[in-house]
Design a protein around this ligand. Structure first.
Ligand SMILES: [Zn+2]
Length: 234
């Protein structure tokens, strides 16, 4: 069973006798027109006389694998958070899509009970886990949320019930961002996105008084963020 969009597209390309770039281009075009990832993949599978239900992704398994990675080592998770945080601030091709970043903060919320023990992962391992997380999160948002040309427009009809809270949170924060508002990664307050500093509101950033420590900046990511809404009140 594939866990990421890339794995699924590779499987389809191989089975259909197409090249990966051909499949990827076609899927991109279909998704830009508002077709879902799985829907697009299955449509191409049918065209090639393949059984469509063989091409699926289980979002519950994506969440499980992400949790596993993020529970491995506290320092590693902070490093991954820092890389993703920088990627969402950057412009252009390298930019981590905001909905995927919001999915990531939801994952951090799920592991907030994890012990903060510190092993010593090498930088290569951390880079590998970061790449894996990027793929898992971009895939997760493409299957949990409903998409159109405008981006995320809601929760996917087939989103599993146990993941609906995550999908709703992604949708809500994405919509806020489209309206020029950002959810501070530290206190969870909603502020004008152009007034944020390194993903934080002015107050939280000032409290760090210019500290560049990754730990200071990212340790509360995904925690307070939740408190201000409350998962159960929805
Ligand atoms: Zn704040």
């Amino acid at each position: 069973m594939s866990l990421t969009a890339r794995e699924l597209l590779h499987k389809l390309a191989e089975d259909a006798g197409l090249t990966y770039p051909t499949v990827a281009k076609r899927i991109n075009r279909m998704m830009k027109k508002g077709s879902g990832l799985i829907e697009s993949v299955q449509e191409i599978a049918v065209e090639h006389k393949l059984k469509p239900n063989k091409y699926n992704i289980n979002p519950v398994k994506i969440v499980a694998e992400t949790e596993k990675i993020l529970r491995e080592d506290y320092t590693q998770t902070l490093m991954i958070s820092a890389v993703l945080g920088q990627m969402i601030e950057s412009r252009g091709k390298e930019r981590f899509p905001p909905p995927a970043f919001f999915a990531y903060t939801e994952m951090l919320f799920r592991i907030s009970d994890a012990p903060r023990d510190v092993k010593s992962e090498t930088s290569i391992e951390i880079a590998e886990r970061t790449t894996r997380n990027i793929e898992l999160m971009t895939t997760l948002v493409s299957v949990l949320c409903e998409w159109s040309e405008q981006g995320v427009v809601g929760v996917a009809d087939d989103c599993p019930d146990i993941l609906r809270d995550i999908a709703r949170a992604i949708f809500r924060k994405t919509k806020l961002l489209q309206g020029g508002l950002w959810t501070c990664i530290s206190c969870g307050n909603i502020v004008e996105s152009r007034e944020t500093r390194a993903l934080m509101c002015y107050e939280c950033d000032s409290k760090l008084s210019g500290s560049r420590s990754i730990e200071d900046r990212y340790e509360s990511l995904g925690e307070n963020d939740r408190r201000s809404y409350g998962r159960s009140t929805e």
